[in-house]
Design a protein around this ligand. Structure first.
Ligand SMILES: NC(=O)c1ccc[n+]([C@@H]2O[C@H](COP(=O)([O-])OP(=O)(O)OC[C@H]3O[C@@H](n4cnc5c(N)ncnc54)[C@H](O)[C@@H]3O)[C@@H](O)[C@H]2O)c1
Length: 266
């Protein structure tokens, strides 16, 4: 129970990786505020979290709106009295309908940066004053292996995740004097609805994947790029998250941890 009685906000916590992080944290004793734009899924996740004997609540939050992220932080304080952990997980791979296009539009660039980068900044800006007051806190940002090196086909997404890694380092330096750790995780290849769409984009753009089903693209990419030869799971990311947000990792800050089966060894 390495997070017993901690309070964590997980943005985009209703589904996918965010949900798995929230579950892993609840298993370790943390109370959770599930923050998302998907109300039905957020409610379902929160009621599942309660089955671990912790307190869970939902705050509908669009992270691109600074007023909404301020309301998210206030809700956590009202409900739980403190905020120990912020997980900036909410993310998108493009503007609505991006996967039907073969090239990135200006709207893809704007929308993706707005959610992945500015959304993380908004949430941190809302939460950090409370952490500073407590002289304690953990901020964890979800980047991607796409942020380690520009990937073809999704330039707007790759560069937004690179910005998340850079922001992690900048914020870590700024907040270290207040005993606040800031780290990132770079997930590898996970078979989620997001990757199903990514696979479709590769099949559209890359001749070696032309005409293949997204799952086949996914498997071929794993075989070609991942030394362990296996896909990663939301639970893998959750395991890394609980470590980085625990006091076991109190001397780790400004780092981006690849959880990618060896895809990148740097
Ligand atoms: N799936 C992968 O293979 C993969 C790989 C590397 C990194 N990531 C990153 O991990 C994170 C989670 O990805 P996922 O695969 O679980 O995606 P997902 O689409 O399954 O979940 C994203 C969640 O964020 C929420 N969300 C979207 N926009 C939001 C907004 N403006 N405000 C609040 N919530 C919002 C969605 O409702 C959803 O619940 C993302 O940051 C993603 O970029 C995913």
């Amino acid at each position: 129970m390495i997070l017993r009685d901690r309070v964590a906000i997980v943005t985009g916590g209703a589904t996918g990786i965010g949900r798995a992080i929230a579950i892993k944290m609840a298993e370790q004793g943390a109370n959770i505020l599930v923050s998302d734009i998907n109300e039905d899924a957020a409610n379902e996740t929160a009621s599942h979290l309660s089955s671990f004997g912790v307190e869970a609540a939902v705050q509908i939050t669009n992270v691109t709106d600074p007023k909404a992220t301020q309301a998210m932080a206030s809700r956590a304080i009202d409900q739980f009295g403190k905020i120990d952990i912020l997980v900036n997980n909410a993310g998108v791979a493009g503007a609505p309908g991006w996967y039907e296009r073969s090239a990135s539009t200006e709207e893809d660039w704007r929308f993706t940066y707005q959610v992945n980068v500015v959304g993380s900044v908004n949430a941190a800006n809302a939460v950090v004053p409370h952490m500073r007051k407590a002289q304690y806190g953990k901020v964890l940002n979800l980047a991607s292996i796409a942020g380690r090196e520009g990937r073809p086909s999704l330039p707007h997404y790759s560069s937004s995740k690179s910005a998340v890694v850079n922001y992690t380092q900048a914020l870590a330096g700024e907040l270290a004097p207040d005993n606040i750790n800031v780290n990132a995780i770079c997930p590898g290849l996970l078979w989620t609805p997001m990757w199903e769409q990514v696979g479709g984009r590769y099949a559209m753009n890359d001749p070696q994947y032309a005409g293949l089903e997204p799952r086949v693209v996914f498997e071929k990419m794993i075989a070609a790029t991942i030394p362990f030869g296996t896909e990663q799971t939301p639970e893998d990311i959750g395991d890394a998250a609980i470590f980085l947000c625990s006091d076991e990792a109190s001397n780790i800050t400004g780092q981006a941890l690849n959880v990618d089966g060896g895809f990148f060894m740097r």
